[in-house]
Design a protein around this ligand. Structure first.
Ligand code: ADP
Length: 582
C-alpha cells in the first residue's frame, strides 16, 4: 500500500470514528464542540470556526478553535467572510491555497498585510436548508490543504449538519416547552390572584403589576371603556396607572375614542406597538420610547385596554406582547366578575336601604294600631260583644305576625349590611338557657309538651352578645315547640367542646324530609307540610340564627328525620380563645 492510500484509510477510519460519536448528544453546545474538535482533528487545520444562522438570519460564530470573537469580527477576516459567503451561495465546499491571488477572491487584494493562507470551507446543510458553514485555515508554511482534505471536510460537514440540526431542533423544542410550562405556572398564579378578589380596583392593580413585572416595561395603565352618563359619549377611563406621572394629576384620565392609538386598537382589535411615542400617541399622556396597547376583549368586543411603556425602545418584545395579550384575556374574566359583583353589591345596597326605610316606617303605625287594639280588647272604651272580642283578637294575632316579620327583616338587613351591633361580653351560657326556659315554659306547657334542660357542670364562660345568643336559642326552642305535636318532648343540652360551648335543641316532632333539609337556612323557606303551614312564621328564623351564630364566631348544624324529630346544634366561642386571640 502506498503512503497516500494508508493516509486515505486512516482518514476514513477517523471520519467513521468521529461521525459515529456525533449525534449521541442532543445538547447543542456539546454537539458544536464535538464537531469543531473533529474538524480540527480530521483536517489537521491550525484554526477554524463554525457559523450558524441565528433567528434573524444572520451568521453567528457558534464555536471556534484558536480564533477569538474579536479576530472573527475584525478586518483581517474579511477574506474568510468572502470565502464563507461564496461557499454558502454556491452550496459547495471551497479550497484555496492563496486567497489573495485567487481569482474568486481577487476583490479582496486590498486587505493584504495578512499572511498567505490555505483555506477550506464547507457549507452546513440539513433538510435542504443552509444552516451555516465551517471554516478552517493554515498558514502556508505550516501545511497546505488538498482536494482529499476538502472532500473529507465536505463529507463530515454533511453529517455534522444533521447532528447540529437535530440538537438545535431539540434545544428549541425544549426551550419552547420550558417557556410554555413556566408561563402556565405563572398564569396559574395570576389566575389565582386575579380571581381571589372581586374588588375591581384590586383586580386591575394586580393585572397591571403582573404585566409590568413580567415584561421589561417601566410603567403602564389599564383603562375600561365607559359611556358618559349625560352625553352618551364613549371614552376610555384609565383606572389604574403605574410609572410616569399621568397627565392630569390626581384626576382620572379619560382617553377619547379618536385618540390615534386607541382608535387603531379599536379598529384592528389587535395590540398596537409604537416606537418613539409622542405626546399624542401616549395613552397616558407621557411620552416614551416604546408603548404597546393591548385590547382587553370580552364577549367578542373590546372592553378595555392594557398599555405598557418603556424608556427603552427594545424593552417590549413580541413575546411580551403575546404574554400581555394572554394576560388581558384572563384579566377580562376577572374584570367581568368584579364588575358584576359591583352591580350586585349596588343593588343589594339599594335593597338594604329600602328595607331599612320600610321597616322603620312600618314600626310606628304598627305600634299605634297595636296600642289602640289593646285598649279596645281591654274594654277601656266600653264593653264589647263576644264577636267584637273575637275579631279584635284576630287583629292582634295578625299585628303580632306583622311585627315579627318587620323585626326579622330588619335583623337580616342589619346582619347582611354589617350594621348589626353585637355587644360582646363574657357570660355564663347557663344563665341564657335558664332565661329562655323561663320565657317559653308557659307556652310549651300549654301544648302539653315537656322541656328538659341538661347542662354539663363547670362550663367555662362564653364570649358573645348574650342578648343575641338568647335570641338564637329562643328561635330554635320556638321551632321545636311549633313543629312538635302536643305532648311532645323538647330537650336543651349544653356541653363544652374544645374552645366552644355547644347548645343543642332536640325535639321528637314532625322532622324534616331529606329534600327539605337541603333548603333549610334559605330565606323564606318553609316546608309544604300542613303541620308547618298551620304555624305562624315567615321562614326567616333559621337564616337569622345561622347568620347571628356565625357572626359571633360559632357554627350551626342539624340532624333530622321525617316524623321522628330534629336536633339543631350551635356553638358559642369560650372566653379563653377570644382572650388569647386578642
Ligand atoms: P319559620 O319557623 O318561621 O317557618 P324558620 O326559618 O325558623 O321559619 O324555619 C324554616 C322551616 O324549617 C320551617 O318552616 C319548617 O319547615 C322547618 N323547621 C325548622 N325547625 C324545625 C323543627 N324543629 N322541626 C321541623 N321542622 C323545622
Amino acid at each position: 500500500m502506498n503512503e497516500s492510500k494508508v493516509n486515505e484509510q486512516a482518514r476514513l477510519a477517523a471520519l467513521y470514528e468521529v461521525s459515529s460519536r456525533l449525534g449521541q448528544s442532543l445538547d447543542l453546545t456539546e454537539v458544536l464542540n464535538q464537531v469543531m474538535d473533529a474538524i480540527i482533528q480530521l483536517t489537521g487545520a491550525e484554526r477554524g470556526f463554525l457559523m450558524l444562522y441565528d433567528e434573524l438570519n444572520k451568521l453567528q460564530t457558534m464555536a471556534a478553535r484558536n480564533v477569538d470573537q474579536k479576530t472573527i469580527d475584525g478586518r483581517s477576516m474579511k477574506i474568510s467572510r468572502t470565502v464563507i459567503d461564496r461557499a454558502m451561495s454556491t452550496r459547495q465546499g471551497i479550497l484555496t491555497n492563496n486567497a489573495q491571488e485567487d481569482d474568486r477572491f481577487a476583490g479582496q487584494q486590498s486587505v493584504v498585510g495578512y499572511q498567505l493562507r490555505s483555506i477550506m470551507c464547507a457549507p452546513l446543510r440539513a433538510r435542504g436548508e443552509m444552516l451555516g458553514a465551517v471554516y478552517v485555515d493554515n498558514r502556508l508554511f505550516n501545511s497546505v490543504f488538498d482536494d482529499a482534505d476538502l472532500k473529507l471536510l465536505v463529507t463530515f460537514a454533511n453529517q455534522a449538519a444533521i447532528a447540529l440540526d437535530n440538537a438545535r431542533l431539540f434545544t428549541q423544542t425544549n426551550q419552547t416547552l420550558a417557556r410554555r410550562v413556566n408561563e402556565l405556572s405563572i398564569f396559574q398564579r395570576i389566575d389565582r390572584q386575579l380571581n381571589k378578589s372581586l374588588d375591581l380596583d384590586k383586580v386591575l392593580n394586580s393585572a397591571l403589576d403582573w404585566a409590568i413585572s413580567l415584561t421589561e416595561a417601566d410603567g403602564g395603565s389599564i383603562g375600561l371603556l365607559e359611556t358618559m352618563e349625560d352625553s352618551e359619549e364613549r371614552f376610555l377611563r384609565l383606572l389604574v396607572h403605574k410609572g410616569a406621572t399621568p397627565r392630569q394629576n390626581g384626576k382620572p384620565i379619560l382617553v377619547p375614542l379618536h385618540h390615534p392609538v386607541l382608535a387603531q386598537v379599536l379598529a384592528e382589535e389587535q395590540p398596537v406597538f409604537t416606537r418613539q411615542v409622542s405626546l399624542e400617541q401616549a395613552i397616558d399622556g407621557s411620552p416614551a420610547a416604546a408603548q404597546v396597547a393591548v385590547p382587553i376583549m370580552r364577549d367578542g368586543a373590546i372592553s378595555g385596554l392594557i398599555s405598557l411603556e418603556s424608556h427603552l425602545e427594545t424593552a417590549i418584545t413580541d413575546e411580551d406582547i403575546a404574554f400581555v395579550q394572554r394576560l388581558a384575556d384572563r384579566a377580562a374574566v376577572a374584570i367581568k366578575n368584579a364588575r358584576l359583583y359591583e352591580k350586585i353589591h349596588a343593588v343589594n345596597q339599594a335593597k338594604s336601604e329600602f328595607i331599612s326605610v320600610v321597616t322603620h316606617e312600618l314600626r310606628l303605625p304598627m305600634t299605634a294600631i297595636k296600642g289602640y287594639n289593646d285598649l279596645l280588647i281591654g274594654g277601656l272604651t266600653g264593653p264589647l260583644t263576644e264577636q267584637q272580642q273575637q275579631f279584635l283578637q284576630i287583629v292582634r294575632r295578625n299585628i303580632n305576625r306583622m311585627q315579627d316579620l318587620i323585626s326579622d327583616l330588619s335583623d337580616i338587613n342589619r346582619i347582611e349590611s354589617g350594621r348589626m351591633k353585637f355587644e360582646y361580653a363574657a357570660f355564663d351560657i347557663r344563665d341564657t338557657v335558664n332565661d329562655v326556659r323561663d320565657s317559653l315554659q308557659e307556652v310549651i306547657a300549654g301544648k302539653q309538651q315537656t322541656l328538659t334542660i341538661e347542662m354539663e357542670q363547670g362550663i367555662a364562660e362564653v364570649y358573645a352578645d348574650p342578648k343575641r345568643i338568647g335570641q338564637a336559642l329562643t328561635n330554635l326552642v320556638s321551632n321545636a315547640y311549633k313543629y312538635t305535636p302536643e305532648g311532645g318532648e323538647i330537650t336543651v343540652r349544653v356541653k363544652e367542646v374544645p374552645g366552644f360551648a355547644q347548645l343543642s335543641v332536640v325535639d321528637n316532632g314532625i322532622g324534616i324530609s331529606e329534600e327539605n333539609q337541603a333548603k333549610l337556612f334559605t330565606q323564606f323557606f318553609r316546608a309544604e307540610d300542613h303541620a308547618v303551614r298551620e304555624q305562624a312564621g315567615w321562614g326567616l328564623g333559621l337564616s337569622i340564627v345561622k347568620k347571628m351564630v356565625e357572626a359571633q364566631g360559632g357554627e350551626i348544624g342539624f340532624e333530622s328525620e321525617l316524623n321522628r324529630g330534629s336536633a339543631f346544634t350551635f356553638t358559642v366561642p369560650l372566653v379563653t380563645i377570644k382572650r388569647n386571640n386578642k
